[in-house]
Ligand binder design. Structure first.
Ligand code: HEM
Length: 258
C-alpha cells in the first residue's frame, strides 16, 4: 500500500489524519482569536485586518479550501474510528469496558456536532451576512468605515488611511448586543474549548505521549491553553454585553454598498 492508501486504509492512519487536521484547525482558531482581539484596539485595527484578509483574494481561497478539506477529513476519520471502536468493543467484551473512555468520546461527538452547527451559524452571521441583517447590512452608515490611519502587517502598509472599508468592528459589536446571540457564542466557544482539551488528550495518546514521565505537565499545559482560549473568546461578547465596546459611528464614509 502506498502512503496515502495506508493513511486512509488503516486505523493508525486515520488517527494520524485526525491529529493532523485537528492541529490545522487549532492553528486556525488560535490565529482567528488573535486577529479578533484587535477589536480591543481602535476600529482601524479590526477593520484594517478584515480588509487585508479580503484583499488576499485567491490566497484566502487556498486557506479556506484547506480548512474545508481539514473539517471534512476530521469528521470522516472521527466517524470511521468511532464505528470501528464500537464494533471492536462489541466483539471483544459485549459491554462498555471503560466508562471514562466512552464518556470522553461521547463528549467529543456532541461538542463536535454543536461546534459545527455554531460555525455554520457564524458564517451565516459574519461572512455571508444573512442573519441579523437588520442590525448591520441595512443600517448605513454603520456598515462602512473610512480608515483613519494605515493598517500595517510586518511593517508593510496593507490598507491605506482614507480607504473605504466594511465596518467589521460594528458588525461584531452590533451582533453581540443581541444577548441571545452573545450567549450562543459564549456557550459554543466553551464547548469548543472542551473539545480541544479532549482533542489534546487523544493527540497525546496517538503520539504515545500519554504515559511518559511529563504527561501530567503536558496535560496541565493543554488545560491552561484551553482556558486562555476560552477566556480570550469570552472577552469579546462579554465586553459588548458589559457595554465596554460600543458601535462606532464617527469617521464613517458615505453609505456605499460593498
Ligand atoms: C468571539 C468569537 C468570535 C468572533 C468575534 C469572530 C469574528 C469573526 C468575523 C468578524 C468574521 C468575518 C471576517 C470577514 O469576513 O471580514 C469571522 C469569520 C470566520 N470565523 Fe469567527 N469569530 C469568533 C469565533 C470563531 C470560532 C470559535 C470559530 C471556529 C470554531 C470561528 C470560525 C470562523 C470562520 C471559519 C470564519 C470564515 C473565515 C473566512 O471568511 O474564510 N470564529 N469570524
Amino acid at each position: 500500500m502506498n502512503l496515502v492508501g495506508s493513511l486512509f486504509g488503516s486505523s493508525i492512519g486515520r488517527k494520524i489524519i485526525m491529529a493532523l487536521t485537528g492541529l490545522i484547525l487549532i492553528g486556525f482558531v488560535v490565529v482567528h482569536l488573535v486577529g479578533n482581539l484587535q477589536i480591543f484596539q481602535d476600529p482601524d485595527h479590526l477593520n484594517g485586518y478584515a480588509q487585508f484578509l479580503h484583499q488576499l483574494g485567491p490566497l484566502l481561497w487556498v486557506v479556506r479550501i484547506g480548512l474545508i478539506v481539514s473539517v471534512v477529513l476530521h469528521i470522516w476519520a472521527a466517524t470511521v474510528l468511532t464505528l470501528e471502536n464500537k464494533r471492536a468493543r462489541g466483539a471483544e467484551y459485549g459491554f462498555k469496558h471503560t466508562i471514562q473512555a466512552t464518556l470522553a468520546s461521547r463528549a467529543m461527538r456532541w461538542t463536535g456536532v454543536i461546534v459545527l452547527a455554531f460555525v455554520i451559524y457564524h458564517l451565516a452571521h459574519f461572512t455571508w451576512g444573512v442573519v441579523q441583517t437588520e442590525t448591520f447590512k441595512e443600517t448605513p452608515p454603520l456598515n462602512h468605515y473610512t480608515m483613519a490611519k494605515d493598517y500595517r502587517v510586518a511593517g508593510f502598509t496593507v490598507v491605506k488611511a482614507g480607504a473605504d472599508v466594511a465596518n467589521v468592528y460594528n458588525m461584531v459589536v452590533l451582533g453581540f448586543q443581541n444577548k441571545v446571540v452573545a450567549l450562543f457564542y459564549i456557550i459554543a466557544v466553551g464547548l469548543l474549548s472542551i473539545h480541544l482539551l479532549h482533542g489534546f488528550d487523544s493527540l497525546f495518546q496517538t503520539l504515545g505521549l500519554r504515559n511518559v514521565k511529563w504527561s501530567a505537565l503536558v496535560r496541565k499545559a493543554a488545560l491552561a491553553l484551553c482556558w486562555v482560549y476560552f477566556l480570550g473568546n469570552l472577552a469579546i461578547p462579554g465586553a459588548v454585553l458589559a457595554g465596554k465596546l460600543q458601535p462606532h459611528s464617527a469617521k464613517v464614509a458615505p453609505a456605499v454598498q460593498r
